[in-house]
Each structure stands twice: as structure tokens, then as C-alpha cells.
Ligand binder design. Structure first.
Ligand code: GYE
Length: 326
């Protein structure tokens, strides 16, 4: 028989079965059951920065692309809300729980409840400080200490190792605030003429970054400031406004280095206001769901998945800004 004829015969033979499955709502019991959709609960921190918004978009987009049912919750920067969301995911019996912990400590009780319910946990972006390593499967995110080191090394180079620095820290108690400070100070310990004279949290937001920078500039030491280290771009951008308002020139009188490398930072570098940003990639969706699918398929997953960092400066900003998607 001609191979096309054979194929159409086969198709005709299959037709009733296909009609049975698709034609009358419910499949016949003899038909193979469709694999149930994976259900993943994701407890996000909030929407405090451009980085966070790009991170949430990446996670939502990737879940949709893979046909994974995502239960997404936004904690508005509160640990209490994240705890509630996590307990809610237990009640909903999701297959995997993922979250970015707003602060490092205080997660043991809820993580133990999740473990008792037999639900695997994936940490993304920020780490937790727990004594029992079996409370999560993997942690996907950047090395924040290294980002802090990179920022300090760049600043040392740009200022010839001489700077009177103010620091805008991230959310108090959060992994990036703790580690970005640690990495930066590690390098400063080897630079006797670089000193942090003031350091305060700007909570990773533009509004708070601006407000705190204003108080730094108005303080008795305000006129001596020659550099700003901001733990994220949003706070640096807020601070730039405060610096301009105080009649000083950001990017010149006050050299500014921050972290994240979001599009607005490239725009600020093109304008000459920001000098340098260290990249922290927020597009964690693909890596997160690779891990989730591996866990669901009972395949091994790496304990620590590190996303790489890169230093960007004004030199290439005009080109870089064209291709930045977030
Ligand atoms: O740098 C900041 C955000 O945890 C790496 O959180 C993240 C940080 C990021 O709000 O912009």
C-alpha cells in the first residue's frame, strides 16, 4: 500500500477515539489521563524597585510559557505577609513553594511546617539564615558579597583610592543589604583613604533614597561628601535628585556607584548623573522553573545556583541602554 494511503487509513481508524475524547466534555475512562498541571506558589517580596518588577514579570512570563499554574502573592515588603502567603500555599497543597525572603532570619517555623507537609522549597534571589539545610532544596541568586566588592573596587579605581563616602543600605536585615555592605567594607579595609562617614537604610526605594540623601547633605559633614554607594539603582536615582536640589553635581562632585543595572541606571549614566552600576540579574524565571520541573521529575538539582554579575560604566552606557529590557 502507498504510504499516504496507509496513513489516512490509520487516521480514519483513530478518528472515533479522538472524537470520544474531545467531543463530549469528559474523556472516557479508557483514555489516558492528561498530566495534571504543576502548581507552584510564589511569595514575592513586593514591588519596591525596578529590579523587583522585572523579577516578578520574568517569573510570571516563564510560568505561563511552560503551562505551569502559578499562585503569586505580593507581601508588600512585610515578613508577616510572606509568612501568611506561605501558610496559604500549604493549605492549597501546591506542588512546589518558591519565595524570595524579605529578611534573612525568622523562617524556621514556617519552613518546618512546609517540610512536614512534604512540599519542596526553592529560594530565589535572597537567602535565609537557618540551621537546618534540609528546609530548602536550592537557592538561585546572585552573590551579593561579590557585588559589594565590585562596587568598592570600581570606586577605588575611579577616585584614586581617596573618597569620603555615604552609603544607602537596602532593607534592614535583608541578605542583599547585609552582604553588599560586607563585600564593600572588605575592600575598604585595604584602602586607608576611603571612609564611609554615614550609612543608613533607604529601603531599596527611590523616595527613601532621596529622603536619606537629603539628610546626609544637610548634616554638618554634608559638604565633605565625595562619593555615594547605594545598594540599588532606585535609591541612587532618588539620591541624584537630592544632590541636584542641594546645588551639587551628581556624577562629578559626588561620584556614584550602585547595584542592579536596571534600564533607568543606564539612562542616568548617559545623562552623566550616575557613574557605575554592578549588574544583578532579575530575570530568574527560567532558572526557577528549570529547578521546579527537575524537582517534580525527581531529578537532582544543584544546591546553589549563582547568577553572574558585570560592572557597567558611563563608557558604554549609550550603547547598553538600547538593548536593556528592564
Ligand atoms: O537589588 C533591589 C531589590 O534582592 C537583589 O531587591 C534583590 C534586591 C535588588 O529591591 O533593587
Amino acid at each position: 500500500m502507498h504510504r499516504f494511503a496507509r496513513r489516512s487509513l490509520l487516521a480514519a481508524a483513530l478518528l472515533p477515539a479522538v472524537m470520544l475524547v474531545s467531543g463530549c466534555g469528559k474523556p472516557e475512562s479508557s483514555a489516558p489521563a492528561a498530566t495534571p498541571k504543576l502548581r507552584v506558589g510564589f511569595a514575592q517580596i513586593g514591588a519596591e524597585s525596578d529590579w523587583r518588577k522585572a523579577n516578578s514579570d520574568s517569573i510570571k512570563r516563564e510560568a505561563e510559557k511552560r503551562g505551569i499554574e502559578l499562585v503569586f502573592s505580593d507581601a508588600q515588603q512585610k515578613q508577616e505577609n510572606q509568612n501568611k502567603a506561605l501558610r496559604n500555599f500549604i493549605a492549597q497543597k501546591v506542588d512546589v513553594i518558591a519565595f524570595s525572603p524579605v529578611v534573612e532570619t525568622g523562617w524556621e517555623p514556617v519552613l518546618k511546617e512546609i517540610k512536614a507537609a512534604g512540599i519542596p522549597v526553592v529560594l530565589t534571589d535572597r537567602a535565609v539564615d537557618v540551621s537546618d539545610d534540609s528546609l530548602f532544596v536550592t537557592f538561585i541568586g546572585a552573590d551579593f558579597v561579590e557585588e559589594g566588592r565590585q562596587a568598592a573596587l570600581w570606586l577605588a579605581e575611579a577616585t584614586g583610592g581617596k573618597a569620603t563616602i555615604v552609603e544607602l543600605q537596602g532593607t534592614p536585615g535583608s541578605a542583599p543589604a547585609i552582604d553588599r555592605k560586607k563585600g564593600f567594607e572588605e575592600v575598604l579595609a585595604t584602602k586607608p583613604d576611603m571612609k564611609i562617614i554615614k550609612s543608613q537604610s533607604g529601603e531599596f526605594t527611590r523616595a527613601k533614597g532621596r529622603e536619606v540623601m537629603e539628610t546626609f547633605l544637610k548634616s554638618p559633614e554634608g559638604a565633605s561628601i565625595t562619593a555615594l554607594y547605594a545598594h540599588n539603582d532606585d535609591m541612587a536615582i532618588g539620591a541624584i535628585e537630592a544632590i541636584k536640589e542641594a546645588g551639587r553635581t551628581p556624577g562629578k562632585d559626588i561620584v556614584i556607584v550602585s547595584i542592579d543595572a536596571v534600564k533607568a541606571a543606564f539612562e542616568a549614566m548617559v545623562a552623566g548623573d550616575l557613574n557605575c552600576t554592578v549588574e544583578c540579574n532579575p530575570l530568574l524565571g527560567p532558572q526557577l522553573f528549570d529547578a521546579v520541573e527537575a524537582i517534580a521529575a525527581k531529578k537532582p538539582v544543584e544546591r546553589r545556583i549563582v547568577t553572574p554579575a558585570k560592572v557597567y560604566t558611563q563608557k558604554t552606557a549609550a550603547e547598553d541602554v538600547k538593548t536593556r529590557v528592564y
